[in-house]
Design a protein around this ligand. Structure first.
Ligand code: ZN
Length: 269
């Protein structure tokens, strides 16, 4: 379905990871790191590796999970290519996007995407941000990304688009690089599962790592198929009612591809 790698012009790549900044551990009122769940960390590492393996992320993009021991914190790797993430690279962040103890490691500039959505959506337990290529045209043309098949049913009535020009006055570098932009993105996401960022990428949310990886993968697949279908002829999309029913069904199936994708990765460090 997806080629493992996409040849994107460098100019299209989000500069966020390039511009990753190092944030020292907070000096005042340090918050103790919670005792993290090793199984959750392992799943998060697998999520990074699977998303890279399936071509959803490349050198850029990131995935996080809400800390199941402390729901006001989340876990995400330090700033690096997802394919290279190991258990030692996972950092803990508070809901303002501040790392609890980065120990000198660089953190993603766009960590505010995750912080803001976790603040706004208590139901969200995991988030993927990517620049997966087939989705990009739907962010810039006004053609709504809608479910063309049952595997994309979580797209519902269509994915909203975040227009960064509406969030701040004047031109931006397109990145979600502070909490104000994060809040505007979370507001535009509302209760949806996926939001497109115009001229940038997309963000998927889920109630588990397995579900969000599933959604990020099938968002890209649906976008590719929708573009192909539109080139073939008039598209008969899932109705919102069909999407709602099919989406419920998908929620029971997220474990199946997850086990396959994990097996394809093999053991992790
Ligand atoms: Zn980005």
């Amino acid at each position: 379905l997806l080629t493992p790698r996409f040849a994107l012009p460098v100019a299209l790549l989000c500069a966020s990871a390039l511009a990753a900044v190092t944030v020292a551990a907070r000096q005042s009122a340090p918050v103790a790191a919670s005792r993290q769940n090793p199984a959750l960390i392992e799943d998060l590492v697998y999520a990074n590796r699977i998303l890279a393996n399936q071509g959803v992320v490349d050198g850029f993009g990131h995935v996080s999970v809400r800390d199941d021991k402390n729901p006001s914190h989340f876990l995400m790797s330090s700033s690096m290519a997802p394919a290279l993430v190991t258990t030692k690279d996972i950092l803990e962040y508070d809901l303002e996007g501040a790392p609890i103890d980065a120990a000198g490691r660089a953190v993603y500039l766009e960590r505010f995407i995750h912080a803001a959505i976790y603040r706004a959506r208590p139901d969200v337990k995991a988030i993927v941000h990517s620049h997966s290529p087939a989705v990009i045209p739907f962010g810039v043309t006004g053609t709504i990304l809608r479910p063309v098949f049952h595997m994309g049913a979580f797209l519902g009535e269509g994915a909203p688009i975040f227009e960064i020009r509406d969030a701040v006055s004047g031109p931006t570098d397109m990145l979600i690089s502070d909490n104000k932009l994060g809040d505007a993105l979370a507001h535009a996401l509302g209760g949806h599962a996926v939001i497109l960022l115009r001229g940038h990428g997309s963000t998927a949310v889920g109630n588990s790592i397995q579900q969000v990886v599933f959604r990020a993968f099938y968002t890209e697949v649906n976008a590719k198929l929708q573009a192909e279908a539109m080139a073939v002829g008039k598209v008969n999309f899932l109705t919102p009612e069909e999407a709602a029913k099919a989406s419920k069904n998908l929620d029971t199936l997220a474990a199946r591809p997850w086990e396959l994708w994990k097996a394809q990765i093999g053991k992790i460090k």
